[in-house]
Design a protein around this ligand. Structure first.
Ligand code: FES
Length: 110
């Protein structure tokens, strides 16, 4: 398989249900990862353009579910399955959904 232009690291870290910090998996990130994989494949982007991968904690738990997009070095937060079409549009050459792109302050806050 060739290297793709982009890799999307979807945090699927899961903490116990009573953990104060919560976790991306508890907020639905496993479903986001599966939906991203399916949508990228359906748009014909899987082979060359983008590879959604599962990741451990990206250390921005308060903004989860989080997705790190490389090499753009862009961190998306509060991602739901409803956002997947817009993310795939961005991968196909559109704009990143502004409401998902975390600010430096949000990243710093963790
Ligand atoms: S649990 Fe997902 S960023 Fe920490």
């Amino acid at each position: 398989m060739p290297l793709r232009k982009r890799y999307l690291f979807v945090c699927v870290n899961r903490r116990p249900d009573n953990a104060p910090k919560g976790s991306c998996a508890a907020r639905g990130s496993e479903e986001v990862h599966a939906a991203l994989k399916a949508a990228v494949a359906a748009r014909g982007l899987a082979r060359l353009e983008a590879r959604p991968c599962s990741s451990s904690c990206l250390d921005v738990c308060g903004a989860g579910p989080t997705v790190l997009v490389e090499p753009d070095h862009l961190l998306l937060g509060r991602v739901t399955t409803a956002d997947v079409p817009a993310i795939v549009d961005a991968l196909a050459g559109g704009e990143w959904p502004a409401h998902l792109v975390l600010s430096q302050a949000e990243i710093d806050a963790g």
